[in-house]
Design a binder for this molecule. Sequence first.
Ligand code: DGL
Length: 265
Amino acid sequence: MSDARPILFFDSGVGGLSIAGPARAVLPTAPFVYVADSAGFPYGEKTEAEIAGRVPALLGRLAERYRPRLIVIACNTASTIALPAVRAALDLPVVGTVPAIKPAAAMSRTRTIGVLGTRATVRQAYVDDLAAKFAGDCRVIRHGSAELVELAEAKLRGEMLAPESFAAVLDGLFGQDGGEQIDVIVNACTHFPLVEAELAAAAPRPVAFVDGGPGIARRIAFLTEGQDWPTHPGEGVAVFTRLGEREQALAPGLAARGFARIEAL
Ligand code: DGL
């Protein structure tokens, strides 16, 4: 009998789709459960204590309900604050999403990297540590944006987006001291790869973008190597902690990405 236990992806909103997408490409028949903590959205504007209190408890409930074989915290904010606590609380593998500073440093010719995340992520010591460890010879310029998270959610709801909004967000990076030297931007919030084309179009000059999606897909494949999977792809499930009109408006976007069933936790 094949193993029907899913992989559970967790984010505050739709950002984790940028992690589930590359994972789907390497594991085409794996059952996926996608959880958006819409009742706690947005994480980037919360305090460390709020995230640390909320995320492990919620993932405990989700693990009981969906019995996943592996959990992916597809959110930089939750991972940089709560990953050790989640791992300590759960008896299953947990993969986190942290800013892709290492690959960005390997790519940058100008040795100037932009890190675009939520306000909560860019102030974490975790980011200082990644920068010191992997980009010691680079200038690392950070900017936290809640607007860009909202823009990515709006895109998934099918709304029209003004190009100037993206230029304004990027100005938060390029407008800083030395910002004109940035040649690589780390999308350090999982929402941001969903609007990467819009960001690239609004950038004052060509710049490369990197994010954790492809690396996490490889990590999931490694951790589940040799496991049984269903022979055919099933229907993905999207779960919301608050299921109102805003969440219902995401249904077509979620269905297009393989999550045709919607549930409330
Ligand atoms: N997608 C999340 C991240 O990677 C956070 C978005 C938010 O809720 O502020 O950080």
